[in-house]
Design a binder for this molecule. Structure first.
Ligand code: ADP
Ligand code: ZN
Length: 295
């Protein structure tokens, strides 16, 4: 049976695992995200140890962004210049590939999550899905014809511009654009606006009206630009499940009948959905990246 190495490089922690299939995790380690000088050797040590005992077929990595995905560039497989300390231009794929000598699949964490949902979760049987994560940041993985959208770099839908809710006086906290989607609607924006942890805000707080409004605008833009068959909303903030009906109503009101597709008009409850894989989407997505790299 084929064994795969899967890696999630996150903003706060790294998760590495050896898996034989979506329900067959053989070993797993986690360590805090520090510097590439420390973390890349830790990842390699874990994978190489297993590879020496039972050869791995390939490795899949879902990474925080921004990353370089253009294979014609010499720095393919590294982190792009970023405000995240220590990680600008850090190579990720090359050292792992050199150490193990097996194929390495690499993509954005949210693209991996989208692939995981497409393969085993809320996007099963579909070809075109978009996965938004609404957490510490906001990002979107865009899958068309079963593949990550071929791109110059990768989508950065978390930084799209929206109309501000007229009652919202919070200036926004994106370092680059102040009041983009992420600056208005990611977890830290909610917490800064209201001065409390997002999970402590009651369901009838106006915070959630703002949140549903901003996410609905992003979804409307997504429907108009990409026309996916389903939009999956994950990440810590979307654990507020009462947001789903609010977002669906807002999307329908904003589209105002313009899109006549029955998937939206009659089946919005199945069009805008939570992830079916929960917090396993990223890990399973990295497994899809590994399997595709091997194929
Ligand atoms: P990350 O984005 O770091 O991978 P999460 O997706 O869990 O992790 O996002 C963390 C953010 O989500 C925090 O900023 C927090 O404000 C928010 N969050 C986490 N859990 C909840 C919850 N149950 N309800 C509302 N917001 C939450
Ligand atoms: Zn921004």
């Amino acid at each position: 049976m084929a064994l795969y190495g899967v890696v999630e490089t996150g903003g706060t922690k790294m998760v590495c695992a050896i898996v034989a299939g979506p329900d067959d995790i053989r070993d797993e380690v986690r360590f805090p995200t520090t510097t590439p000088e420390e973390n890349i050797p830790q990842i390699i040590a874990f994978l190489a140890d297993h590879h020496a005992k039972t050869p791995l077929t390939s490795v899949g990595i879902g990474s925080f962004g921004p990353i370089i995905l253009d294979r014609s560039l010499p720095n393919y497989g590294s982190v792009a210049p970023t405000t995240k300390p220590f990680w600008s231009n850090a190579p990720v794929v090359a050292p792992i590939n050199a150490a193990l000598g097996i194929p390495v699949g690499f993509d954005l964490d949210v693209t991996a999550a989208a692939l995981g949902e497409l393969t085993w979760g809320a996007g099963k049987d579909l070809q075109h899905v978009v996965y938004y994560t609404v957490g510490t940041g906001i990002g979107a993985g865009v899958i068309a014809h079963g593949q990550p959208l071929p791109c110059m770099m990768h989508p950065e839908a978390g930084h799209q511009r929206l109309s501000r809710n007229p009652q919202d006086t919070f200036p926004g906290n994106c370092t680059f654009h102040s009041d983009c989607l992420e600056g208005l609607a990611a977890g830290p924006a909610i917490e800064k606006r209201w001065g409390t942890k997002a999970h402590l805000l009651p369901a009838d707080h106006i915070a959630w009206e703002f949140e549903a409004d901003y996410l609905a605008q992003a979804i409307m833009n997504t429907v108009l630009f990409v026309s996916p068959q389903r939009i999956i909303l994950g990440g810590g903030v979307m654990e507020q499940l009462h947001l789903f009906p609010m977002i669906r109503r807002n999307v329908l009101a904003r589209l105002n009948g313009y899109i006549s597709s029955t998937a939206i008009v009659d089946q919005i409850d199945e069009y805008i959905v939570p992830p079916a894989l929960g917090n396993r989407a990223g890990m399973l997505g990295a497994l899809v990246l590994a399997m595709r790299a091997a194929a």
